[in-house]
Design a protein around this ligand. Structure first.
Ligand SMILES: NC(=O)c1ccc[n+]([C@@H]2O[C@H](COP(=O)([O-])OP(=O)(O)OC[C@H]3O[C@@H](n4cnc5c(N)ncnc54)[C@H](O)[C@@H]3O)[C@@H](O)[C@H]2O)c1
Length: 249
């Protein structure tokens, strides 16, 4: 892995920083010099991320539920107060549920949309009050936003919504110089995927059709998020960067 200094002094608010892809992103961004305001609902997870960064740079842990509007407003205010600015927002926080369509509930739908869509949208709205002309937003969708997956109707719908939201937001803020990108992971080895159960499907068969290159590592998603947020991607906005091990081939 090549680590550069693309984020020296850059103020980043990162949600979902307490586990998996968010933790790997925190480690990567801090290694490249970012000052990271790390948000998650899981206090112990955040503490683990602060440990993983292990004194390599500036990281502050902030416990908040991304689906709680008042908590989001407070988190963004606290980030700006702590970091002195806000240059980059990275929305990674998300939840997953697999449910056969016959058993899909309103609770499944509302809970998934509250965290994955409402949380992402609220952080974008609040961060845009502070982002500078060359500010960046990176939202995490999923390969399931544009690729069918059995038992994932509700989850996939939320990720399709994150993608559509982000493309429209990119066109809305392009005039002020803010870039908005989507990173769509394929199947990645994290606690989220470890908990997924695909009823009636052979997991080995499923892994092959979903990701011909095998399951991804959180660090492989984090490096793409870092690219999207960096000046290396300065001519990219309104795109979906699918990091999915070839699942769309
Ligand atoms: N792992 C995969 O295969 C995969 C594939 C495609 C997309 N994604 C997306 O990537 C993102 C990260 O997933 P991951 O695999 O690292 O999962 P993970 O479960 O390891 O991490 C998700 C983090 O989000 C936090 N979170 C959940 N609900 C929250 C809330 N209401 N408020 C604040 N924090 C909350 C959790 O506490 C956790 O720390 C998610 O948006 C997920 O949908 C993951």
């Amino acid at each position: 892995m090549v680590i550069t200094d693309r984020f020296t002094g850059t103020a980043v608010l990162l949600t979902g920083a307490g586990s998996g892809i968010g933790r790997a992103t925190a480690v990567r961004l801090v290694a490249e010099g970012a000052h990271v305001f790390a948000v998650d609902a899981d206090e112990a997870g955040l503490a683990g991320t602060v440990d993983a960064v292990s004194g390599a740079g500036h990281i502050v842990a902030h416990v908040a539920d991304v689906s709680d509007e008042a908590a989001v407003v407070a988190a963004v205010d606290a980030a700006v107060a702590d970091l002195g600015a806000l240059d980059v927002l990275v929305n990674v926080a998300g939840i997953h549920r697999t449910t056969p369509i016959e058993r899909l509930t309103v609770d499944d739908l509302r809970t998934l949309f509250d965290v994955n869509v409402v949380g992402t949208a609220l952080f974008c709205r609040e961060a845009l009050r502070h982002l500078p002309e060359d500010g960046v937003i990176v939202n995490t969708a999923s390969s399931s936003a544009s690729h069918g997956n059995p038992f994932m109707t509700a989850y996939s719908a939320t990720k399709g919504a994150v993608l559509a939201f982000s493309l429209s937001l990119a066109s809305e803020v392009i005039g002020r110089g803010v870039r908005v990108l989507v990173v769509s992971p394929g199947s990645t080895a994290t606690p989220l995927t470890a908990a997924v159960r695909f009823e009636g499907l052979d997991p080995a068969y499923y892994a092959r059709i979903v990701s011909p290159m095998g399951t991804g590592k959180p660090e492989q998603i984090a490096s793409t998020i870092a690219f999207a947020a960096s000046r290396d991607a300065s001519y990219l906005t309104g795109v979906d960067l699918r990091v999915d091990g070839g699942s769309h081939i």
